[in-house]
Design a binder for this molecule. Structure first.
Ligand code: KIV
Length: 278
């Protein structure tokens, strides 16, 4: 039997063990080719429900379905070899009760092969997190700005700017950690709050718009690559792909219209007869 070399995939234990030691690198991914490009550089690839806005053009993540998360989760799993793959549980798939949460989380794990799920974890979700973890589903929490609550919040606003809100975000962090989350995304909070939470909880925190005080960072890959005209203040652009793509599309259109494409190099020619093959 031939000996196959298989890349060891990171586990939730590896991510948890990085707390306070090595910054955790996370990016979102939604399809196989992008996942395979990001995989060598990331500890964790998140199939975020941001896919609804970034790829499907929805106004928020509220319209994202289980089917969408499963389809994109399957694609990412085909492209990612070594990063831990975490799939978001969409709005409406876990809030009702523990049984719904488990059935939907188990379906996501079975049908995609991902290693964990993420839940936007208001304090109410602590029960669901504990229920899932006890039954073999690793859970990443998500506190602070919770995009699935956009209709209650009236927009995507940073959290923890009043004392009451601060207390609420700290309570969310404690509840998620105590319930057994292996890591917690903190979104849209000021540095001192992120630092306080990171110092208090035993699991790693992964920040998005939550300062360098977190144990790791996550960005929406399309933002980081400069695919949109507008990006939030906390995004650093590492490329300007919207310009590259627009210029490429314009050059292609020009070549087609002026009949410069396809040229000889891109055209099949009649094969010369091979005298050996009769
Ligand atoms: O859906 C998503 O991409 C996320 C990140 C912003 C953390 O939850």
């Amino acid at each position: 039997m031939s000996k196959q070399t298989q890349t060891r995939r990171k586990t939730v234990k590896d991510i948890a063990a990085a707390k306070g030691k090595t910054p955790i690198v996370c990016l979102t991914a939604y399809d196989a080719p992008m996942a395979s490009l990001l995989d060598p550089h990331a500890d964790l690839l998140l199939v975020g429900d941001s896919v609804g806005m970034v790829v499907h053009g929805l106004p928020s993540t509220v319209g994202v379905t289980m089917e969408m998360m499963i389809l994109h989760g399957q694609a990412v799993m085909r492209g990612a070899e070594q990063a831990l793959v975490v799939v978001d549980m969409p709005f409406g798939s876990y809030e009702t009760n523990n049984d719904d949460a488990f059935l939907n989380a188990a379906r996501i794990m079975k049908e995609t092969g991902c290693q964990a799920v993420k839940i936007e974890s208001g304090t109410y979700a602590a029960g669901q997190i504990a229920h899932l973890v006890e039954r073999g589903v690793p859970v990443m929490g998500h506190i602070g700005l919770r995009p699935q609550a956009v209709n209650v919040d009236g927009g995507f606003r940073a959290k923890g700017r009043t004392n009451a809100e601060r207390d609420r975000v700290i309570a969310e962090a404690r509840a998620s950690a105590d319930a057994g989350a292996f890591a917690i995304v903190i979104e849209g909070v000021a540095e001192d709050l992120a630092a306080e939470i990171t110092a208090e909880v035993s699991c790693p925190t992964v920040g998005i718009g939550a300062s360098a005080a977190c144990d790791g960072q996550v960005l929406v890959t399309h933002d980081m690559l400069g695919l949109f005209d507008w990006t939030p203040k906390f995004v650093r652009r590492y490329a300007d792909l919207s310009k590259t793509i627009s210029e490429a599309a314009a050059a292609y259109a020009d070549d087609v219209r002026t009949r410069r494409f396809p040229g000889d190099a891109e055209t099949y020619a009649l094969r010369k007869p091979d005298p050996e093959q009769r």
